[in-house]
Design a binder for this molecule. Sequence first.
Ligand code: ADP
Ligand code: MG
Length: 345
Amino acid sequence: MIEVSHLTKRYGNNLAVSDLTFTIEKGQIYGFLGPNGAGKSTTMNIMTGCLAATSGYVKIDGYDIFEQPLEAKKRIGYLPELPPLYMDRTPREYLTFVARAKGIAKSAIASQIAHVMEVTQITDVADRLCKFLSKGYRQRVGIAQAILGDPEIIILDEPTVGLDPRQIIEIRNLIRKLGEEHTVLLSSHILSEVQAVCDTILIISKGKLIACDSAENLEKRFSEASHIDLTAEANEEETRSILASVEGLPQITLSSTDEGQTKASFDVSSDVCDEICRNIFKAFAASGKVLLQLAPKTASLEEIFIELTSGKTNQETAAEEIEATGEDAAETVQEEINDKKEGEE
Ligand code: ADP
Ligand code: MG
């Protein structure tokens, strides 16, 4: 549906988007997640034909956004970071203007506007000047103009930024509803936001794509070590001998409690965590001793997101890459790139 290939955008020395490649399949809700300055708006502006790329291309349904802009843009509805409203117009007037610009047949304009106003629930403010609307309503008018003409793909740049919690819930529900019939890509710098509505999360940091997967898979893939806490109704010696029969455990430190229980706490590799927990249960069951608590814990997506996106800004990375003329430095940069690629696979 959308193919983004080796997209790069430089503002002078500032590398805003760096070699982004990803595809968006039909019928899902995608979330573009990254901290401020990560390159989300730049990428979306390029994807929607509002901004030229330095290199790389974007194809919408096979149509190049720059070479066949009419065909490509027809398929996209876009809500930019700042909704392009006319403050001295009413939503109805504004949407009529947008409908004409989109080339919607004259006879269909009124019914289409009525439809998008109903979907976005702005009918009751249809004839009020935009400057008198709350931020939540303005955002909905922005979404209404994006979905006018029923484009297959809807791209929303930070659709809930600046809204109060009640408005956020309403816009989220609206996005979910849109996702039933459209392919949606939205951006956000807030993890819980994309987690709440998106099927697939694309994490972007410093202009680079770091990961693209479901929230659940991201948690699985990026949390290498899982922590396991256990408490047994047995003394240290008994506990040690039971655990010795479980394969794949590291060196474990045990501690006794005043109640005669034994506690153990250790890290295992996440991919074998489930298996090890099962075997610990079995080992205790076979020994006749009671396992009171077994608590595996993997890093939360929040922790992963912070770790993945913390550190240097785009500018710092770009400056480093430019400075990296010496062989060693170039090698380091290449190594970093390879590491990231490996991580993505
Ligand atoms: P995001 O939407 O993820 O917050 P942006 O795409 O707005 O990120 O910005 C990415 C980087 O590009 C930032 O470092 C920002 O300062 C820079 N940038 C964005 N727009 C411009 C511009 N018009 N001129 C120069 N630098 C820009
Ligand atoms: Mg932005």
